[in-house]
Design a protein around this ligand. Structure first.
Ligand SMILES: Nc1ncnc2c1ncn2[C@@H]1O[C@H](COP(=O)(O)OP(=O)(O)OP(=O)(O)O)[C@@H](O)[C@H]1O
Ligand SMILES: [Mg+2]
Length: 254
């Protein structure tokens, strides 16, 4: 079953078109990865799905579990089961992390257990992200997702700036949320993961990978294949390779 369907999506930020006609589908239980150079529109795409302010959908549509997201606010989308971890999580002075977590779930024991799993117990009484190191902010983001239990997770560089040991802690938490221990047909949750380093893929099996260049979703393949291609030849050649493939498809060569 399709959990997310994006058709001919165009997104503008402050009047500038960033996403330029993206088509994308994600099935229930599947994890997709997105690669792309800096400034190519990855965070913008996730922001438009989550409904962050400032991202204007100028054309096209986004459907989540059969509902058109365009008319829904960010909190309505969150209530429907869309959760996001930010590339640059903001600090919120005056609001304790535990206060936010209590809003996400009333189950105090779950909060304590999850905080322990993510080495975050001692941060619960601190203001959200205030004075947190880069890696601590990322763990705090994943803790919030663990407690929110969204059906669609949008993970914007969950491992960037995180040390190797903590990447494995974050990955273990994500694997739990994504029910990776269950057979694929029994998994209810889906995710889109943006990564530059690919480290997270050493721990979490992703099903499919995409490359975004200049606001276009270029093509897809297996995560390992595409990552190796980018690492060996860079984005430019990857882009040319996709262009060639599409041309061949159009001319019927393959
Ligand atoms: N308010 C804004 N005004 C003008 N341009 C903007 C604005 N916000 C974002 N952009 C531009 O949109 C483009 C895409 O940004 P986005 O954050 O989606 O890139 P990204 O693919 O996530 O990059 P990175 O890998 O560096 O995180 C960038 O060129 C950025 O400068
Ligand atoms: Mg980004």
């Amino acid at each position: 079953m399709n959990v997310l369907q994006i058709q001919n999506l165009h997104v503008a930020v402050e009047g500038k078109e960033i996403i330029k006609g993206v088509d994308f589908e994600l099935d229930q239980g599947k994890t997709a990865v997105m690669f792309g150079p800096n400034g190519s529109g990855k965070s913008t795409l996730l922001g438009a799905i989550a409904g962050l302010p400032g991202y204007e959908i100028t054309r096209g549509s986004i459907w989540y579990k059969g509902r058109d997201l365009r008319s829904l606010s960010i909190d309505e989308r969150a209530r429907l089961g869309i959760g996001m971890s930010f590339q640059y999580p903001p600090a919120i002075k005056g609001v304790r992390l535990s206060t936010l977590l209590n809003v996400l779930s009333q189950d105090a024991q779950t909060m304590l257990t999850n905080a322990e799993d993510l080495n975050m117990s001692e941060y619960l009484d601190r203001d959200i992200n205030v004075g947190f190191s880069g890696g601590e902010r990322k763990r705090s983001e994943i803790l919030q997702l663990m407690i929110q239990e969204p059906d669609l997770m949008l993970l914007d560089e969950p491992e960037s700036g995180v040390d190797i040991e903590n990447i494995s802690i974050i990955a273990a938490a994500l694997k739990t949320i994504l029910e990776k221990d269950k057979p694929i047909k029994k998994r209810m949750r889906s995710a889109i993961i943006i990564t530059h380093t690919g480290y997270i893929l050493d721990y979490i099996n992703a099903d499919i990978a995409y490359v975004i260049m200049d606001g276009h979703l270029l093509g897809c393949g297996t995560p390992g294949e595409i990552f190796e291609e980018i690492r060996a030849h860079g984005y430019k050649q990857c882009c040319e390779c996709f262009a060639e493939k599409y041309q061949n498809i159009q001319t019927g060569d393959i």
